[in-house]
Write a protein that binds this ligand. Structure first.
Ligand code: ADP
Ligand code: MG
Length: 663
């Protein structure tokens, strides 16, 4: 059976459904309502003027139809209800006239004009309300389809196809939780008889979705851990330790643990697939250098991919600096590397004379061939799409992979989006770091802000100023980089250097500005969020963010991580006239994990990952903000199930595995 076999679904509807991504019967029956409306009978006496009312009764007079220009029309009739007679008018439903015969029971939904005793209806449903509240599903639609049609198609499909819908919950759990079967649950979801039943059915379907998802993740993880899926190395640990002793600082305990986890992965015969997460400034970069050093010592090449040229260049210089006494060949490859140099680097990578290459997307161009790529690291990995990650990984036979992210992820997301990875977490900050004092200010308090800035500048420190836009645009009154440049010049231009940097500038220009800022030739750097990731200028001790309410908390947290990078006290000023309650979380909290949880609750996950990745991760019914408990249970069960060797489970197991391979 296919979609087109459902009664009522012809070529036209088929096209409309397909536009909504509904291509199979399973898609259709799992096109879940995005909302439910509860229809409870109102009454005329209690209803206030202009109030929205739901009321049922019988048609008392034959509707009078008026037609206007452009095909518009209006109908008026009287309705007898339990609480009296009321006039009803409704626009553009001429087609209902023949059904609205005197005596017909109907339900009217609309706005009540108490003085005139008229309801202007937005909707008329055939039939009267039952005495219990009626829960009505509301679906996402596309132009040309009505709620009623959608509901009819879904129910028709359930009726004919219901028993063939795959059910991904194994019997043992079906019984353990006394779940209703899939068809019944779907039926309840689309035609809820009561709140309680609806809740139960939802839990069941959410569990199923999360179970199938976690099973796949666990399966992938298990496959990855199979012996000899990766490179087995001997790592001269004493050399690593010796090098660590030469660092200008002592590794934190968390860094040490993470390093050990990474080195163990490199030594093991299975492929590393690890996420290294830690707040901005927690010291992830040095660990990536150490991992690449270890990899080079065991005879393999490494690639470190950063999302921006600024960041790649910074990593490159830092690493060269750290390893200047070692015989490591390290190269930088970005979009703006001159052609001739590029060719040389390609050659060196192919021949194996280059140990380590640091760069941007340029690392995954087709021309880049590696002699023996053994380790791939991506920095701020959430900025890369999954495909880009995969591209780089495919460059080596089975390179170990390490992802670094400063975006602390809410627990639920860590389990799903990174569920197939091992995770190392750096929670503590390097010693001596002062916390960043954060203050929310209104735009009327700009004088105070300028005063604070001046004090900072007088001490020889530098300041970042952030605006949401580069240039003015017609349909926005947000602060822009260009505006701020003028204002800052007016305030500080006589004594201090001020410059701007933003995403539309050529990368050489950006690079130059960053270098000048680092060399303290510029005191105030005005920017969009391009400086969000990675950049390290220890002498910058203040950040001022205009229109701060425009940003998610996680983004703000990332941004302010640019300051507080030395033992100097640092300040972050958030300027905003709205949303100050949300922003005040930033004043009291410095833990990126807590902030990300808050952000997640307030704004959902779109903000955390940028569109690239959030698109990979949509559940049809589960909502990770609410369903954490179900997720944990499903995770536990699916792990147990994967290990379970009983043969009567094989069929479903294989189906689940097959669905991974086809995805
Ligand atoms: P992130 O985790 O945001 O990538 P970085 O790796 O850029 O952070 O580290 C920020 C700064 O802290 C760098 O200058 C780095 O050299 C320094 N650093 C790293 N680890 C330590 C440590 N254990 N003690 C002191 N400073 C450290
Ligand atoms: Mg970093």
């Amino acid at each position: 059976m296919a979609l087109k076999d459902v009664k009522g679904i012809g070529p036209r509807v088929l096209t409309l459904l397909s536009k909504m991504g509904i291509n199979t019967l399973e898609d259709l029956v799992t096109h879940y309502p995005f909302r439910y409306d509860v229809l409870v009978r109102g009454n005329l006496e209690d209803a206030k003027d202009e109030e929205h009312i739901i009321i049922d009764g019988r048609v008392e007079s034959t509707p009078i139809l008026m037609r206007f220009k452009a095909g518009l029309n209006k109908m008026n009739f009287r309705l007898v209800t339990a609480s009296g007679i009321v006039g009803v008018s409704i626009f553009n439903r001429a087609f209902l006239k023949n059904q609205l015969l005197v005596g017909t029971g109907i339900t009217v939904i609309g706005k009540y004009d108490k003085k005139k005793n008229i309801i202007t209806a937005s909707e008329i449903k055939m039939g009267i309300l039952s005495n219990k509240a009626k829960i009505e599903p509301v679906y996402h639609l596309t132009n040309g389809l009505s709620q009623k049609q959608m509901s009819t198609f879904i129910n028709m499909a359930l009726l004919t196809y219901g028993k063939d819908i795959p059910d991904y919950i194994p019997n043992i759990y079906q019984e353990k939780y006394q779940f209703a079967n899939k068809r019944i649950s779907l039926n309840i979801l689309h035609n809820p008889p009561s709140d309680d039943k609806l809740k139960q059915a939802m839990i069941r379907l959410k569990y199923e979705e999360l179970f199938a998802f976690m099973f796949k993740i666990n399966y992938l993880k298990q496959e990855n851990k199979k012996k000899n899926s990766g490179i087995e190395r001997k790592i001269p640990r004493e050399k690593i330790e010796k090098f660590v002793k030469t660092l200008p600082f002592k590794l934190t305990k968390d860094q040490e643990i993470a390093l050990d986890e990474i080195l163990k992965d490199l030594e093991s015969p299975y492929r590393m697939n690890r996420l290294l997460q830690g707040d901005v400034g927690s010291g992830k970069t040095i660990l990536s250098f150490l991992a690449m050093y270890a990899n080079a010592l065991s005879g393999y090449q490494s690639a470190l991919m950063a999302p921006t040229e600024i960041l790649a260049t910074q990593h490159f210089h830092n690493m060269k600096d750290f390893f200047k006494k070692h015989h490591l060949t390290i190269e930088l490859l970005t979009g703006s590397t001159p052609k001739k140099e590029k060719q040389e680097i390609y050659k060196g990578l192919k021949e194996g004379s280059i140990d380590i290459v640091i760069g941007t997307h340029a690392l995954i161009q087709e021309e880049v061939v590696y002699a023996n790529l053994g380790l791939v690291i991506t920095d701020e990995q959430h900025r890369f799409g999954v495909n880009q990650r995969a591209n780089l990984e495919n460059k080596g036979k089975k390179p170990d992979t390490l992802y670094m992210s400063a975006t602390p992820i809410p627990r639920t997301y860590a389990l799903t989006i990174y569920g197939d990875m091992d995770v190392s977490t750096i929670k503590m900050r390097p010693q001596g770091r002062k916390s960043i004092q954060t203050i929310v200010k209104k735009s009327t308090e700009i004088k105070d802000v300028l005063g604070l800035m001046l004090e900072e500048l007088k001490q020889g420190h530098q300041i970042y100023v952030i605006a949401p836009l580069i240039e003015e645009s017609e349909n926005s009154d947000l602060t822009t980089v260009c505006q701020l440049k003028d204002q800052m010049k007016l305030a500080f231009g006589a004594h201090f250097q001020i410059d701007i940097i933003h995403g539309k500038m050529r990368s050489e220009a950006k690079e130059l500005i960053m270098q000048e800022f680092l060399q303290k030739k510029i005191q105030i750097l005005i920017s969009t969020t391009v400086i969000e990731v990675g950049v390290d200028v220890p002498n910058a001790t203040m950040m001022v963010i205009f229109d701060a309410n425009r940003f998610g908390l996680s983004t703000l947290h990332q941004l302010r991580g640019r300051v507080g990078r030395s033992d100097l006290a640092s300040t972050c000023i958030l300027i905003s006239d709205n949303d100050t309650k949300r922003l005040s979380i930033m004043e009291s909290c410095e833990d990126g994990f807590v902030i990300s949880e808050e952000d997640f609750k307030l704004r959902g996950h779109g903000d955390l990952f940028g569109t690239k990745q959030s698109g990979d991760m949509t559940f049809k019914i589960a909502d990770l903000r609410q369903d954490y408990k179900i997720l944990l249970q499903a995770k536990k069960d699916s792990e147990e199930y994967l290990k379970d060797k009983k043969s009567d489970n094989e069929k479903l197991k294989n189906e689940l595995i097959a669905s991974i391979q086809s995805a």
